[in-house]
Design a protein around this ligand. Structure first.
Ligand code: PMV
Length: 400
């Protein structure tokens, strides 16, 4: 049987986000509703992004998904939840008005191919970019125009924050059906042009305790987590919003570090305890505090998600000095010239007084590489058909 052209093919990209006020713990596992609100910074897609193509066709006999070139089990509950939710929204829209929706698109099966330009599950929030991209791409292929927070959230909670660029909050909401648990942009990517982000990749391996299992254990056993959600986060959300709006780096940096530390404290308060930070993570924490103490000012902040990699926030005028400090504390192995990826950073010598103030024995190879990036925009549609990851037959194109 000659296969027909797919009814619709769409390719989109979506960014990674890094939380500065962390989400940890669900109040509803199925709907993925959090026990506290969270705030994140969207990272630039020039350095980190997921690209996803979705195609629907009458010829497809089943839904199929490929991730980084390998076919995945489409029956995974999170994938199923996203697909069902998008089809429900498409049906709702069609019931209201079915103007330009292809007549049979809803009954068609979908093929999805997705690639990351960075290591998957290395603690670099690949699932957030992945599910945001899936939600955004499916929405375009099925002609859905409503808020996509719920679709992305059902894949991975933090993914709803990757639906927007700049500075994004995920309001926890109060309703049992989760309709008010939505992501919203607090400030666009152009708001704070001096802000820079350095990802210090400590380990590119898969993490020991996934966030779903880790959160469940924390919600069950950590009294500190409950205290945090009820009594600490609400004030922190208000304060970090002010810091972002006023571009108050000191305030932003201090709160970011404190919130990362409290999140990791709740992990340690979980029973049995969870530990995501490695000894290298701790050396980075010391390095940042000594760097700041030497300058008598909070010039750099760290934050860590469910893994040992550090994400550093600083301002443009401090990047070169801090990278020199990192190179001193963690001399690169044989990859000296590829140690720093992403945005250009002018090499700077490490001032002798700063070296003395750091007082750190170098740990060669402790940091594998650095990705230098900045705040970036939300998901994008790619118009060029060459960017489709699926060929006219609906199967992944061979990798170039
Ligand atoms: O969205 P999940 O289930 O991968 O959880 C993300 C949890 C943290 O990255 C640790 C914090 C956050 O808010 O992103």
């Amino acid at each position: 049987m000659a296969s027909e052209k797919p009814l619709a093919v769409v390719t989109c990209t979506a960014p990674v986000n890094i939380a500065v006020i962390k989400y940890w713990g669900k109040r509803d596992e199925e709907l993925v509703l959090p026990i506290n609100s969270s705030m994140s910074v969207t990272l630039h897609q020039d350095q980190l992004k997921t690209t996803t193509t979705a195609a629907i066709s009458k010829d497809f006999t089943e839904d199929r998904v490929w991730l980084n070139g390998r076919e995945e089990d489409v029956g995974q509950p999170r994938l199923q939840a996203c697909l069902q939710e998008i089809r429900r929204l498409a049906q709702k829209r069609r019931n209201a008005w079915d103007g330009d929706l292809p007549p049979s698109s809803l009954s068609c099966k979908v093929h999805v191919a997705s690639v990351n330009n960075f290591p998957t599950a290395a603690g670099l929030a690949s699932s957030a970019a992945g599910y945001a991209c899936l939600a955004y791409t499916l929405a375009h292929v099925y002609g859905v125009e409503s808020d996509l927070s719920e679709v992305a959230r059902r894949g991975s909670g933090s993914a709803c924050r990757s639906l927007y660029g700049g500075f994004v909050e995920w309001q926890m909401g109060e309703q049992a059906d989760g309709k008010d648990s939505v992501a919203r942009q607090v400030a666009p990517e152009s708001h704070w042009p001096e802000l820079r982000v350095l990802i210090l990749v400590v380990s590119a391996e898969k993490k020991l305790t996934g966030s779903t299992v880790g959160m469940q254990a924390s919600v069950k056993t950590s009294p500190l987590l409950r205290f945090r959600a009820e009594s600490v986060v609400p004030a922190r959300m208000a304060e970090i919003t002010r810091c972002i709006q006023e571009r108050d780096f000191q305030g932003f940096a201090q709160l970011t570090m404190q919130d990362s530390n409290q999140f990791h404290a709740t992990c340690l308060d979980t029973f049995p305890p969870i530990s995501y930070l490695s000894h290298i993570s701790w050396r980075i924490i010391h390095l940042v505090h000594r760097f700041n103490a030497h300058h008598g000012d909070t010039k750099v902040a760290y934050t860590f998600d469910a893994g040992p990699n550090a994400v550093i926030f600083t301002l443009e005028d401090t990047v070169a000095d801090f990278v020199a400090a990192v190179r001193h504390a963690f001399p690169p192995g044989s990859n000296g010239d590829t140690f720093l990826k992403g945005l250009q950073v002018k090499p700077a010598p490490l001032p002798a007084e700063l070296e003395a103030a750091l007082a750190m024995e170098p740990t060669p190879g402790g940091i594998k590489y650095i990705i230098a990036t900045q705040v970036g925009p939300g998901p994008q549609i790619l118009d060029d058909p060459c960017s489709h990851l699926l060929g006219p037959d609906g199967l992944p194109k061979p990798a170039a």
